[in-house]
Design a protein around this ligand. Structure first.
Ligand code: PHE
Length: 385
């Protein structure tokens, strides 16, 4: 009997889904968007924050009924993939989202080396991707389907070199970086170029390979100490920055430590403790901004996730809003139309700035400098390009 009923319902179901097929299935399907971020590994806080920020934007839009495309309200369905901070995993994630899940666009990924692995896949499939936070200039140069929501490292490196030279009045800088990582290597180079251009000297330029595996930085720090620099620039991700800072302090290297957005993690202070105190880094967003929209976001985020948002959270939110804005204007899920709409984004106000893309699909935005005081990143200044 039960079986018979199931079969009957099955037939009725097929019958119903058969009429007006298109409309029903589109509504049920929703709009599939992919999200790629490192949810595990040495940069896991980046992924968690990015996803939190993106989900906040998606829930907001879905609560308003979703995106109306040609009169049909479509809810956004987010397919989230973990790239573990590894380029190979990032490539697999992009392939899965494009080939299996058939997403209309991808938000991601976070680290430049992973975005560089995903971008050629998105480009050749003609699926737009918008990286919230990958700052290496090469990322969007992969092709015209690749966008980002953040500034790029030539700017970030210049900001920190000028900060060292002008604000801190330092003249002998040292740099220690991961030379197996596009972001770290690029940012080290841009910092060096600008510091030297200003008239400063780079007295030590030391590298290591693979910050996920390197634990002992004494060989490089010994050379740095011997060169007696007056500042140390660490353009690396938070786990290795914390380790390096601790080892430097133990060796008696008592000079200001500087870094880039890779420092932006609650784990930096948890892992680095006193060793990272008084360090300065450039990033994309400060939760202390008096801006009303930012304060509304900070409160909402705090209530939802029980912690303060960092730059990754803000940019995850922003990248999602930028994409949603383009989808609304495109009024179709056609991939080329989405790309064109995204490229035409104009003066779109999001948390971290006003978005208009240049010819390389990079927005022009300000950087903020934060200082670690009593274990917390405190707003120091804003630098406009
Ligand atoms: N900019 C870094 C990269 O390109 C990623 C990052 C952004 C990390 C912001 C932390 C905060 O790899």
């Amino acid at each position: 009997m039960f079986k018979k009923m199931l079969i009957m319902f099955g037939i009725v179901g097929v019958f119903f889904s058969g009429c007006g097929k298109k409309e029903i299935s589109e509504k049920e399907k929703g709009l599939k968007i992919g999200l790629v971020a490192p949810m595990t590994g040495g940069a896991a806080t980046y992924g968690v924050s990015t996803k939190n920020g993106a989900m906040m934007a998606i829930e907001m839009i879905n609560n308003e009924g979703g995106i109306s495309i040609n009169g049909v309200n479509q809810k956004i369905e987010c397919m989230c993939e973990d790239d573990e901070g590894r380029p190979e995993s990032a490539a697999n994630a992009y392939r899965k989202l494009i080939d299996q899940d058939k997403v209309v666009a991808i938000i991601g990924t976070v680290m430049s080396k992973c975005s560089l692995a995903g971008a050629p896949i998105a480009q050749s499939a003609g699926v737009v991707m918008i990286s919230p936070t990958s700052t290496n200039p090469q990322v969007t140069l992969v092709g015209d389907y690749i966008f980002r929501a953040c500034f790029i490292d030539p700017f970030q490196g210049t900001v920190m070199a000028n900060f060292a030279y002008n604000t801190l009045a330092k003249r002998k800088a040292s740099v220690l970086f991961d030379n197996g990582n596009d972001y770290n290597k690029g940012l080290a180079e841009f910092f060096k170029a600008q510091f030297e251009k200003s008239g400063g000297k780079i007295v030590a330029y030391e590298a290591f390979t693979d910050e996920d595996k390197t634990q002992d930085f004494t060989p490089q720090l010994t050379k740095i100490k011997a060169a007696s620099p007056d500042v140390l620039f660490l353009p690396n991700y938070y786990s290795s920055v914390a380790l390096v800072a601790k080892q430097a302090k133990t060796m008696g290297i008592e000079i200001p430590l500087l870094g880039g957005d890779g420092w932006d993690s609650p784990e930096l202070v948890n892992l680095g403790g006193k060793a990272v105190e008084d360090g300065y880094f450039s990033t994309h967003f400060s939760k202390d901004s008096p801006d009303q929209e930012i304060q509304k976001f900070v409160k909402g985020y705090q209530t939802k996730y029980g912690c303060a948002p960092d730059a990754l959270a803000a940019l995850g939110y922003d990248a999602t809003l930028i994409l949603i804005d383009a989808l609304k204007r495109a009024q179709t899920t056609d991939k080329n139309a989405i790309r064109d709409a995204l490229a035409q984004t104009k003066d779109l106000q999001v948390l971290s700035g006003k978005i208009t893309f240049d010819e390389n699909r990079n927005p022009v935005k300000s950087a903020v400098i934060l200082k670690i005081e009593e274990g917390k990143p405190i707003y120091h200044s804003t630098i406009t390009p």
